[in-house]
Design a protein around this ligand. Structure first.
Ligand code: GLN
Ligand code: ZN
Length: 754
């Protein structure tokens, strides 16, 4: 019989209970017992939710107190030496995640193309592994006591090693495979002994471009783990298609394969063709990465194709990936407009969709009639709604001409006009936009939202903060000022709230890392900008000073990337609509006398597709959207952009094609290494390599900054260089900001005199 399955449930809780429990524990406001009991309650509740929805195959060990890669590292005994002496496992776990006074935390990075961050395992030459925690086993038992026989989830050995970082020169992490496999074998045998018939092993790297060594490692690993005593393995892949790895994946000696048919529906036919008759196929047909309700009629047709080929007994119906990346429960959205709400599905609703499809396959569509009718009604209202489709937005977007992406003159000539206009010194100084979002700023915003203070009071407060920031910058003798962004809660939400086509949820939280969650805006309709968004603040700040005031905007790709996006049109089309809205804002800023405008694109790099073959197409439209947003201004208006956390080497042509007059980038954390890409490419425009790692509370000295700038001047002709911090200063406090910026300005001045 066809079964419904789930690959993972969000851990954080519908009301972010885990976040609150963790933060209370870290602060010392609660104890270990309280934290562990909240965690157990959440697991029990989530298992119950899945059972109540009718899911046949429910996962365990998908829960984590912080991160599943960290769980895996600890379970396998891959403890970085600096944490090895911490005896208590929970203390050790949080020390690895968050660092201690004398041991920096493990590095964190994005999980494939999601906004979830995992802790990067660290590997040493000759590393040994041993089974060191019983988490997977404990959680299997815990569910069993509640009457649920679960399918435990493990991160697969090849993905685990591939995503880790060698700490010794020349160490190839995959060379540790033979050391780690016996631990996996031991864990699998232990789970089987507890009664686990199946185990889900995640190898998402199967959806990436693989090297021969990685392919060989996968073959070797699964051959070694396929012992008679092991449970059956459901090998899970997601986030992309198997494509050229199809033959490899279907040939691995495992009992089942999960594929993501939301991201890569075209892989169904080749997988069906290649899959042998003894394997179970799990089809991921409900989107685990977005919040839209599925068109169940269309999905059912798709499921039927798989069913026709593999038959009822070897088919599982599932979400595309773990629901970790979805908010928990739409029922909590009591303030959302009912029509809009009827178009959405969060984790709990997605499981109901999986069950509806499964029921229809088992007993016919009439057995799930009301669910299909509700889905069809939502689809119909979604297709026709005038709130989504706005003719004037579509026609404007369709009539964008190639020339709309072009500034008037090439950079070499714009530069002369801008130099004449602004008359800035060599090594001009500026900041990236935000100044400290102090407790006072946040309290005023909260009080305003609650209605405790009125708009006039809030506005007066923000004006006073802005003026203070302007005076401080003048006093520091910074060349190009910013207004400080005190009025902004978040660099995407602030714009989304003012644009048509965006909606906001109350509880649509998704885990970003550890206890941190984000609540991405929902882009549901055609986007336009009813009125200027930032002009009043920039104009006010500019009126306070004679120095140039930089206008500050978030770019179209970053707004797109950090939102839940529409799936009824290509991302590139949605991005173009945002770009046109930003373009209007840029033009209005210019009209208001703002001569320097920064359009931040910190997420441009992270939007790169997982497969290299898709990079070019993405970069084409992403760069075009940036250019479209920027190109409406005169040649003597200076456009800046800003990017952080990015490697540039492999995307340098695209960065240059953005053709910003000035780009600021994060470089100080990498000791200026990141600038080599710009050197090698002979990047022609101006560039501000960050000289202050704003992620650290440490105030860098003049000598630190000077040494970074010297490195920069060796790589880039000095007349192209700006001097600025790595990123915005919103998380820092005023005393360190003033001290560090004083050093920054002094450093720039001393270089000018050489
Ligand atoms: N202008 C933004 C700020 O300064 C940029 C933030 C970012 O790059 N993430 O806060
Ligand atoms: Zn930044």
């Amino acid at each position: 019989m066809t079964k419904s399955a789930n690959l993972g449930f969000p851990r954080i809780g519908a009301h972010r209970e885990l976040k609150k429990a963790l933060e209370a524990y870290w602060k010392g406001a609660s104890d270990k017992a309280a934290l562990l009991s909240t965690a157990a309650e959440l697991r029990a509740r989530h298992w119950a939710v899945q059972r109540a929805a009718g899911i046949d195959i429910i996962p365990s060990n998908d829960f984590s107190l912080y991160d599943h890669m960290l769980d895996t590292a600890q379970a396998l005994g891959a403890i970085p030496p600096r944490f090895a002496a911490i005896a208590d496992p929970l203390d050790q776990y949080f020390a690895m995640a968050r660092g201690t006074a004398d041991a920096p935390a493990m590095e964190m990075t994005k999980w494939f193309d999601t906004n979830y961050h995992y802790l990067v395992p660290e590997f040493h030459a000759g590393q040994r592994f041993r089974l060191s925690t019983s988490k997977a086993i404990d959680e299997f038992r815990e569910a069993l006591r509640l009457g649920i026989s679960t399918r435990p989830v493990l991160v697969g050995p090849v993905t685990f090693l591939t995503l880790g970082k060698p700490k010794d020169d020349g160490l190839e992490p995959l060379s540790l495979l033979d050391a780690v496999l016996p631990v996996y074998a031991e864990l699998l045998a232990a789970l089987k002994a507890e009664g686990a018939e199946w185990v889900q092993i995640d190898e998402p790297i199967l959806a990436l471009d693989l090297s021969d060594a990685q392919r060989q490692a996968l073959r070797h690993a699964y051959t070694a783990l396929a012992t008679p005593g092991a449970p059956r393995v459901m090998l899970a892949t997601y986030f992309e298609g198997l494509l050229d790895n199809t033959e490899l994946a279907v040939a691995l000696p495992v009992a089942g394969l999960h594929i993501d048919l939301v991201r890569a529906p075209q892989q169904l036919a080749p997988v069906l063709k290649a899959l042998s008759l003894d394997k179970t196929l799990s089809i991921g047909v409900i989107d685990g990465r977005n919040i839209w309700r599925a068109d169940l009629d269309a999905r059912l047709e798709f499921v039927a194709r798989a069913w026709d080929s593999v038959g009822p007994d070897r088919l599982e119906i599932a979400p595309s990936c773990s629901l970790l990346h979805s908010p928990v429960d739409l029922d909590g959205e009591t303030l959302l407009d009912p029509e809009l709400k009827s178009w959405l599905a969060f984790a709990r609703q997605k499981l109901e969709e999986v069950v509806t499809l499964t029921t229809a396959m088992q007993r016919g569509k009439t057995a799930a009639k009301p669910a299909f009718e509700a889905s069809a009604a939502a689809v119909a209202s979604h297709r026709a709604s005038p709130r989504i489709h706005r003719a004037e937005v579509k026609s404007r977007s369709a009539s964008v001409a190639p020339s709309d992406h072009e500034r008037g003159l090439p950079f070499s000539q714009r530069r002369n006009l801008q130099r004449a206009r602004f008359n800035l010194p060599a090594y001009p100084t500026t900041t990236i936009g935000s100044f400290p979002q102090t407790a006072e700023v946040r309290e005023h915003r909260a009080a305003f939202k609650r209605g405790d203070i009125d708009a006039a009071t809030y506005d007066a407060f923000l004006r006073a903060e802005t003026e203070k920031a302007v005076r401080i910058q003048e006093h520091l003798d910074i060349d190009v000022l910013v207004h400080g962004e005190f009025e902004r809660n978040d660099m995407v939400e602030y714009f989304g709230e003012q644009l048509d086509g965006f909606a906001f949820t109350r509880n649509g939280w998704v885990q970003s890392y550890g206890s941190r969650c984000v609540k991405p805006p929902v882009i549901y309709g055609d986007i336009s900008r009813p009125t200027p968004m930032t002009v009043a603040w920039s104009a006010y700040a500019a009126s306070l000073t004679d120095r140039p005031m930089k206008g500050m905007l978030t770019g179209p790709v970053t707004i797109l990337q950090w939102s839940f996006v529409r799936v009824d049109q290509p991302r590139s089309e949605t991005c173009r609509q945002i770009a046109l809205a930003i373009r209007d804002e840029v033009v209005d800023l210019e009209k208001a006398g703002i001569g320097i405008i920064q359009i931040d694109e910190p997420a441009l790099r992270e939007g790169l597709p997982l497969r290299r073959g898709d990079w070019e197409a993405y970069l084409r439209w992403a760069v075009d959207c940036f250019r479209l947003s920027a190109a409406g201004v005169a040649d003597d208006t200076q456009i800046h952009t800003h990017m952080c956390y990015a490697e540039f080497n492999d995307i340098m042509p695209a960065i240059a094609e953005m053709d910003a007059d000035v780009i600021s980038i994060e470089t100080s954390r990498s000791d200026m290494e990141l600038i080599s890409a710009f050197r090698d490419f002979r990047y022609p425009n101006e560039i501000g390599p960050g000289v202050w790692d704003i992620h650290s509370p440490r105030v860098p000295s003049r000598a630190d900054m000077e040494s970074l700038l010297r490195k920069a001047s060796e790589a880039i002709p000095p007349d192209q260089l700006w001097v600025n911090p790595d990123c915005g200063l919103k998380t820092r406090g005023w005393p360190e900001v003033e001290a560090a910026l004083a050093h920054l300005v002094e450093t720039a001045k001393s270089l000018r005199h050489r």
